[in-house]
Design a protein around this ligand. Structure first.
Ligand SMILES: C[S@@+](CC[C@H](N)C(=O)[O-])C[C@H]1O[C@@H](n2cnc3c(N)ncnc32)[C@H](O)[C@@H]1O
Ligand SMILES: Nc1nc2[nH]cc(C(=O)O)c2c(=O)[nH]1
Ligand code: SF4
Ligand SMILES: [Mg+2]
Length: 217
């Protein structure tokens, strides 16, 4: 298996339950819900994406011929002697197009806890330590269990109403305000409506994208 990776970098998890925790982000190239090209956005299944996941040209990106080579590249970013459990977050693009059991095993062999950020359209291998599913209204939800469900809010379609997900098998439920790139007023309105929903429905907690406020990648 050759892995196509857009970028690898150390930062703080900006979203969800592990907000503020140091992690190596390993961003796979490619997604099953959007080509990543702006000219295709309007016809994509997922149209609000805030991420460039095309190609392998980011910091630390490239083609990796083996799971060991990719796990070594990730491990080399973790600070030595600083304590804490080494943590890798596999994201993308859609990581479940590429993340397989041998790669998870290679991370574990280097002492890493393995997290994933997924759109939930593909089944996740059982050996992942932390599964964050972020459902997309127009896409079938296949991965219906995990640690956190992080819903981008609002999505206008009824299929993405928060009440639809409450019975699923997750430990934490988050609403993440839809960030409209280039329109801070609209983004602020989404923060307000997500906060209002959490106030009225305390099962749900607010996940703001703290890295964007803090100048982190
Ligand atoms: C870029 S995605 C990559 C992982 C996977 N494809 C997914 O969608 O979960 C990482 C996270 O960013 C969220 N996200 C993407 N665009 C966003 C936006 N415009 N505003 C808020 N969150 C967004 C996704 O829902 C997901 O939780
Ligand atoms: N700091 C930081 N935290 C994140 N949490 C999820 C992210 C993602 O793009 O998957 C992300 C990201 O891009 N940066
Ligand atoms: S599924 Fe995730 S990576 Fe793919 S377009 Fe949507 S937010 Fe972006
Ligand atoms: Mg991001």
């Amino acid at each position: 298996m050759t892995y196509a990776v857009k970028e690898i970098y150390l930062t703080l998890q900006g979203e969800g339950n592990h907000t503020g925790r140091a992690a190596v982000f390993m961003r796979f190239a490619g997604c099953n819900l959007w080509s990543g090209l702006e000219r295709d956005r309007k016809k994509a299944i997922c149209q609000f994406c805030d991420t460039d996941f095309i190609g392998i040209d980011g910091p630390g990106g490239g083609k990796f011929k083996t799971a060991d080579a990719l796990a070594d590249a990730v491990a080399s970013r973790w600070p030595q002697g600083g304590g804490g459990k080494p943590y890798v977050i596999c994201t993308g693009g859609e990581p479940l197009l590429q993340l397989d059991a041998p790669l998870i095993d290679a991370f574990h062999a280097r002492g890493f806890e393995v997290g994933i950020e997924t759109n939930g359209t593909l089944e996740a291998p059982g050996s992942i330590d932390w599964i964050c599913v972020s459902p997309k209204a127009a896409a079938p939800l296949v991965q219906t269990r995990g640690n956190e469900l992080k819903l981008v809010f609002p999505q206008k379609e009824i299929e993405a109403h928060p009440s639809r997900f409450e019975q699923l098998s997750f430990e934490h439920f988050y609403l993440q305000p839809l960030d409209v790139i280039g329109d801070p007023a609209q983004t602020a309105a989404h923060v307000a409506s997500a906060a209002a929903y959490c106030l009225a429905h305390p099962l749900w907690r607010l996940s703001t994208q703290t890295h964007k406020m803090n100048g982190l990648p």
